[in-house]
Design a protein around this ligand. Structure first.
Ligand SMILES: [Zn+2]
Length: 185
């Protein structure tokens, strides 16, 4: 890493302190903040992996899911889910004491209309072209592969396909979708 020719003032991403960046890549003011950032990334990665495992374990055919499964599949908090249940936006049934089940298709309809990021986008494996020219809309996928929208959404969540919302449309990269359905079909 080469030293910057000019002094660069940066705001530390951890503590917010303004510091002189030694290199163009410097993001933290001190070794201490660098370590905190590293630990946070590790914890976040482990948490995403845990959620991914839960999301993948939900069979496509099952509509009633638990709250922890909904948290994992839709990347929303337990608090949000319970609030939506209280407000009546998500129908819930109680199977025995403390065992709440909610409708997966309702969640798909609800959360797919929002601008939210999927649980995991694996940027390590490749860079996706999210330009609309290189993407399908959910409707296009459904038409091309002859599957309904909610199944498309379930697959997008389950296989962590990156999405991007522009206006009313949600886009997913053609390369990933074509690959997915060549495997699934
Ligand atoms: Zn700092």
């Amino acid at each position: 890493m080469s030293k910057a020719k000019f002094e660069i003032k940066r705001k530390c991403e951890i503590c917010g302190k303004i510091f002189m960046a030694a290199t163009l890549e410097s993001r933290y003011c001190s070794r201490r903040c660098t370590n905190i950032a590293y630990k946070r990334r590790k914890v976040e990665k482990a948490e995403q992996e845990r959620l991914q495992k839960i999301a993948e374990s939900v069979p496509d055919a099952r509509d009633y899911i638990t709250v922890p499964e909904a948290v994992a599949m839709f990347n929303v908090s337990r608090g949000t889910i319970y609030r939506l249940i209280r407000e009546g936006s998500i129908a819930a049934i109680n199977v025995g004491q403390r065992l709440t089940r909610i409708s997966k298709s309702t969640c798909i309809a609800l959360f797919s209309s929002r601008n939210f990021t999927p649980p995991k986008v694996d940027l390590g494996d490749g860079i996706y072209n999210m330009n609309p020219d290189h993407c399908y809309t959910i409707g296009e996928i459904s038409k091309k592969f002859d599957i309904d929208d909610s199944t498309v959404w379930a697959h997008i969540r389950k296989y962590s396909i990156p999405t991007r919302q522009i206006g009313n449309y949600v886009y997913a990269p053609k390369s990933e979708i074509d690959k997915l359905y060549s495997i699934l079909s």
